[in-house]
Design a protein. Structure first.
Ligand SMILES: *Cc1c(COP(=O)(O)O)cnc(C)c1O
Length: 406
């Protein structure tokens, strides 16, 4: 009688069937880990390396080995790529050294000289800089469009329009875009739909299921969760995967091994942190709505906020990043509010454990739409601090604002 050896727990390979039906929290725990290949250790370690030795000349000549050279991937990068591919419902993923590098990689995957590109006026502003400088120099023309036009994007399509970049909610301004509608029109015209999905992550917005061809994530934000690394990811659906991978290989724009390792670590707790960010963010947003200094709260998960209907239809959660518009007051009064804050830091980026605030003015870069919210604008990233402490810090800030505005 043959005794079959059972492999215990996570040392067993998950069947494709099991893998497919996993809920996201289980998926985040299981994805991209192969303890059997790491002597049973739970996590894939940091592989550092350029050269990969070939077992024999035939394998070398055939370029058939699983790993061939540092730029082509290591067990560490492969672990994160596989995990993200599963999470995003993609055909494949590549890693880039920063979120902005991921944006440029996605654009260069879809575009060539002579093409026309449509970019939402609410896009992350360094994305605009890339379009207006490098892409313009390469002979790609960019038209910025009103983020709210939905299927009206058809009117802006030209015979040479090859890509449409969407981002929801808009960077700083939080407009919600009707991505399925835009994707449908773009695909009728044969254009590639590229989305910067950093805010929602695939946990709250499954990009490829909603019609996105290339989805960008600045891993610097919630995948890290700790403000201690920079990373970008681009996932592709089956139509665009080969082209994305070829473009990545041509550039060899690789992420650093420590950053990838830390991102894998962050991945395990990403849903817990995002759910907490959502809860804290909504609590603070609702508190702002009760404040006499605040004119409007731009948070798509609030029922009376702009874009809420689209958020409710297409998204399953909200990040802890949103903006507020203050009633008109002196600029010096806003400065006085910000300068004395003890818990809220002032700095770019977000998605970490610490709360942040920055003043912003979209009017300085918008070209297709007017930004005139009727008062000073502040963007908040809500961290994991106690909500009462955060509100006390802001309460004191509002007192300074009122005193300086008198
Ligand atoms: C931060 C950010 C990026 C760029 O990420 P980096 O890692 O800082 O280069 C891109 N898109 C959005 C929406 C971002 O918030």
């Amino acid at each position: 009688m043959v005794k079959r050896k059972q492999t215990a727990g996570q040392m067993a390979k998950l069947s494709d069937e099991t893998r497919k039906r996993l809920k996201s929290r289980t998926r985040l725990v299981m994805a991209g880990r192969e303890p059997t290949e790491q002597f049973g250790f739970v996590n894939t370690p940091i592989y550092r390396g350029s050269t990969v030795l070939s077992p024999d000349v035939a394998t070398l000549k055939a370029h058939k080995a699983r790993f061939t050279y540092g730029t082509k991937g290591t067990p560490t990068t492969e672990a994160l790529e596989k995990a993200w591919t599963e999470l995003a419902g993609a055909a494949g993923t590549v890693l880039a050294p920063t979120g902005l590098a991921a944006v440029t990689l996605a654009l260069l995957t879809a575009l060539k000289s002579g093409d026309h590109l449509l970019v939402t006026d609410s896009a992350y502003s360094p994305t605009r800089h890339f379009c207006d400088s490098i892409l313009a120099r390469m002979g790609v023309e960019t038209t910025y469009y009103d983020p709210l036009l939905g299927s009206g994007i058809g009117a802006l399509m030209r015979p040479n329009t090859t890509a449409v970049l969407v981002e929801a909610p808009g960077s700083q301004s939080f407009e919600m875009q009707d991505i399925p509608a835009i994707a449908e029109v773009a695909h009728q015209h044969g254009a590639c739909v590229i989305m910067d999905n950093t805010w929602a992550t695939p946990l709250f917005f499954p990009p490829h299921e909603r019609g996105v061809d290339l989805a960008i994530e600045a891993g610097t934000k919630y995948l890290s969760g700790h403000s201690d690394l920079m990373l970008g990811l681009v996932s592709a659906n089956p139509v665009w995967w080969r082209r994305l991978r070829d473009t990545f290989d041509a550039f060899a724009m690789c992420a650093g091994p420590e950053d990838v390792f830390l991102a894998l670590r962050g991945l395990r707790t990403m849903e817990l942190r995002l759910r907490e960010a959502e809860k804290q963010g909504l609590e603070l947003a609702r508190w702002f709505q009760t404040r006499p200094e605040v004119k409007q709260v731009l948070h798509p998960a609030l029922p009376d906020a702009p874009g809420h209907d689209i958020w409710k239809r297409d998204f399953s959660g909200a990040a802890g990043l949103f903006s507020i518009i203050l009633h008109p007051c002196k600029e010096a009064a806003v400065d006085a509010m910000l300068d004395g804050l003890e818990l809220f830091g002032m700095g770019y980026s977000w998605g970490g454990f610490e709360s942040l605030v920055i003043p912003f003015d979209c009017a300085t870069y918008r070209t297709a739409t007017t930004w005139n919210p009727g008062g000073p604008a502040l963007r908040f990233q809500v961290g994991l601090e106690d909500m009462e402490d955060l509100q006390a810090d802001l309460e004191a800030g509002f007192a300074r604002l009122r005193a300086a505005d008198a």
